[in-house]
Design a protein around this ligand. Structure first.
Ligand SMILES: [Zn+2]
Length: 183
């Protein structure tokens, strides 16, 4: 059974099954061998699945896309400093900020500061690629919709209140509460 995978960044690992030097490792639990850390091929063989090799292929493709994203020709220079592009429908800005860099997506500025524009771009890529960005903006959109719903409800009750005053034959006071004046 495959329980996890890791990219060590270099060949610092070793397959506990065949002794090969590894960069990409998989933690498995084998019914007769117990828990062990193995390479892609041994993981496939020992689990009798293609999980490790499929995961590995997907992982390498993602790393390739990540590299392409950072050096993409789609990045456009901003005259006041920084760069921007549109990725999956989101406008992504990498902006200089006090010798560091920050990410802005749409109108939302991230709180984190990065040492280089490349670090910021990698972070932006991961944020979008993982689906976190989409989830964030969906949630934010819902929050804003709820807020404007509440506002329109408030507006309606203010209208009703003004109507009641009129019906009662009273003059509408000069200084109305904010919610009513907004009408
Ligand atoms: Zn091995």
């Amino acid at each position: 059974m495959l329980i996890g995978s890791d990219d060590l960044g270099d060949l610092s690992g070793e397959c506990e099954y065949c002794g090969t030097d590894l960069r990409y490792t998989y933690a498995i639990i084998h019914p007769s061998w117990g828990a062990m850390v193995v390479g892609t091929d041994c993981c496939d063989n020992l689990t009798g699945t293609m999980l490790a090799s499929e995961h590995h292929e997907k992982y390498l493709k993602k790393m390739e896309r990540r590299k392409r994203f950072v050096s993409s020709k789609r990045w456009k220079r901003i005259r006041s400093g920084g760069e921007w592009l549109i990725q999956e429908g989101l406008s992504v800005f990498i902006l200089p900020s006090a010798n560091k860099f920050l990410i802005r997506m749409g109108s939302v500025e991230g709180a984190a500061r990065y040492d280089s524009a490349i670090d910021a771009k990698l972070k932006a890529f991961d944020f979008i690629e993982s689906g976190e960005a989409t989830a964030f903006f969906i949630k934010r959109g819902e929050r804003e919709r709820r807020r404007s719903d509440q506002q329109s409800k408030r507006g309606k009750s203010a209208d009703d209140f003004a109507k009641l005053i009129e019906q009662a034959g009273l003059s509408v006071p000069q200084r109305l509460p904010t919610a009513i004046r907004r009408k």
